[in-house]
Design a protein around this ligand. Structure first.
Ligand code: ZN
Length: 147
């Protein structure tokens, strides 16, 4: 949960910069991926393609391709979204307080391109207690062949 002091831009500013550099982004992403990453929407529970995904590999940001999570840290939380105990070591995942919808939650975004990813809750099973609850639509699994 460290703050990245070298890049003080907000996720919205990062998204605007990234979109300016990649004008094809809207065409490349499907509607749900666009809404989740760029407009901080949340896919409906149990609808995401990676909810029950078990294949080994690396989960990258769908918008910029930055590796963010691995299958080793994914677990079955039964909450309806892919859940991870932690991001990858040194992965650029940003955190900030989100008070929308009458709740106080911790929003996670891609530190590289500002894409909204999901939220962190404190009911995870690992030593940190973190549950990274991430939209499938914000991720791309790069499957690791051979385990
Ligand atoms: Zn990204």
């Amino acid at each position: 949960m460290d703050e990245d002091l070298t890049d003080a831009r907000t996720p919205e500013e990062k998204r605007a910069t990234h979109a300016g550099q990649h004008p094809d982004l809207r065409e490349r992403l499907d509607a749900m991926s666009w809404q989740c990453t760029q407009e901080a929407a949340t896919e409906r529970p149990f609808t995401g393609g990676y909810c029950d995904e078990k294949r080994p590999g690396t989960y990258a940001c769908v918008a910029c391709g930055e590796a963010l999570f691995t299958s080793e840290d994914k677990y079955d939380s039964e909450c309806g979204w892919p859940s991870f105990t932690t991001p990858m070591d040194d992965a650029p995942v940003d955190h900030r307080t989100d008070t929308s919808h009458g709740m106080s939650r911790t929003e996670t975004t891609c530190g590289s391109c500002g894409a909204h990813l999901g939220h962190v809750f404190d009911d995870g099973p690992g030593p940190s207690g973190d549950r990274y609850c991430i939209n499938s639509a914000c991720l791309v699994l790069e499957e690791r062949i051979g385990g």
